[in-house]
Ligand binder design. Structure first.
Ligand SMILES: NC(=O)c1ccc[n+]([C@@H]2O[C@H](COP(=O)([O-])OP(=O)(O)OC[C@H]3O[C@@H](n4cnc5c(N)ncnc54)[C@H](OP(=O)(O)O)[C@@H]3O)[C@@H](O)[C@H]2O)c1
Length: 259
C-alpha cells in the first residue's frame, strides 16, 4: 500500500454526505471546505443567502460537490425545515457538524429571558433536534459522525459566559449522551472546543489590538485561532480514523485551556 492509499483509507470522505450548520462563515465554513476537499458531498445551512451562495460557489470552483439550504435554526420548525431540505439534496447525512452559534453577551444582571431562550434554541436545542433527526438513521446504517462546536466557556466562566456558557456546557453533555446512545452502532459524537478565533463572531474584540494581543498571550502558541485551524481536526473526527474516539472534547485552542 502506498502512503497515499494509506492516508486515503484513514481520512478520505468520498461517498460520505455532510451537513454543516453555520457552514457559511467562520469555523463552520472552514470545516465545510475541509470536508468537501476530503471528498464529502457537503450541504451548508445558515440564514443569510449571499454568504451561502458565496461559500458554495467557492467549494464548487474547487471541484467539490456542495449545496446550500437557507433556514433559521432558532425555532423548532426552522430546524425541521433545514433538516428535511438538506436531506433531500444528497440524501441522509453521514456527518453532522453543528457550528451555527450565537454569542450575545449581556452582563448576568441584565440577562433577560429573550436572550436566554434564543441562545438555548440556536446553540443547544438545534443540535439536539438535528441529532434526533439524523442520529438513529446513522446508527441503523452503521456509520455516523456528529461534531458539535462548543467553547472554552463550556468548561470555565470568562468574558460574560452568561447564557452562552450554559448552552455550550449543555452541548458538551449532549455529545456524551448521544455518544452513549449511538456509539455501539458506529456513530461517534465529539466536540471541537475553540479558543479565541478571528471570525465575524468576534469582530468587536478582533478589532481591538490590545484585547486581541492579550488573548493571544494566553495561548501557548502565541497567536489567536484562525478558522482554518479546525480543518484537520474536523476531517479526523469525520473520518474512519476516529472510529474509537467518542464522547470527547478536542480543544483546538493553541493551548489556551492548559496555560
Ligand atoms: N470564534 C470564536 O472565537 C469561537 C469561540 C468559541 C466557540 N465558537 C463557536 O464556533 C461556532 C462558529 O462560530 P464562528 O466564530 O465561526 O461564528 P460566525 O462566523 O459568526 O458563524 C456563525 C454561523 O452560524 C450561522 N447562524 C447563526 N445563527 C443562526 C441561526 N439562527 N440559524 C442558522 N444559522 C445561524 C451564521 O450564518 P447566518 O448569520 O447567515 O445565519 C454563520 O454561518 C459557534 O457555535 C460559536 O459559538 C467560536
Amino acid at each position: 500500500m502506498t502512503y497515499r492509499a494509506y492516508l486515503s483509507d484513514l481520512f478520505a470522505l468520498d461517498d460520505r454526505t455532510a451537513l454543516v450548520t453555520g457552514g457559511s462563515s467562520g469555523i463552520g465554513r472552514a470545516i465545510a471546505g475541509a470536508l468537501a476537499r476530503a471528498g464529502a458531498r457537503v450541504v451548508v445551512a445558515a440564514r443569510g443567502k449571499d454568504q451561502l451562495i458565496d461559500t458554495v460557489d467557492e467549494l464548487r470552483s474547487a471541484g467539490a460537490r456542495a449545496a446550500w439550504v437557507a433556514g433559521d435554526v432558532a425555532t423548532r420548525a426552522g430546524v425541521r425545515a433545514v433538516a428535511e431540505e438538506a436531506a433531500e439534496v444528497f440524501g441522509e447525512p453521514d456527518i453532522l457538524v453543528n457550528s451555527a452559534g450565537i454569542n450575545l453577551r449581556p452582563p448576568m444582571d441584565e440577562l433577560g429571558e429573550d436572550v436566554w431562550d434564543t441562545t438555548m434554541a440556536v446553540n443547544l436545542e438545534a443540535p439536539f433536534l438535528l441529532g434526533q433527526r439524523f442520529g438513529p438513521g446513522m446508527a441503523e446504517r452503521g456509520f455516523g459522525r456528529i461534531v458539535h462546536v462548543t467553547s472554552q466557556q463550556a468548561h470555565r466562566a470568562f468574558v460574560q459566559s452568561g447564557a452562552y456558557g450554559v448552552s455550550k456546557g449543555g452541548l458538551e453533555s449532549l455529545a456524551r449522551s448521544q455518544a452513549e446512545a449511538w456509539s455501539p452502532y458506529g456513530v461517534t459524537v465529539n466536540t471541537l472546543v475553540p479558543g479565541f478565533v478571528m471570525t465575524p463572531l468576534n469582530e468587536r474584540i478582533a478589532a481591538d489590538p490590545e484585547k486581541s494581543a492579550a488573548l493571544a498571550a494566553r495561548t501557548m502558541i502565541g497567536r489567536n485561532g484562525l478558522a482554518e485551524d479546525f480543518e484537520g481536526a474536523a476531517v479526523f473526527l469525520a473520518s474512519r480514523a476516529s472510529a474509537y474516539v467518542t464522547g470527547q472534547s478536542l480543544f483546538v485552542d493553541g493551548g489556551l485551556s492548559v496555560h
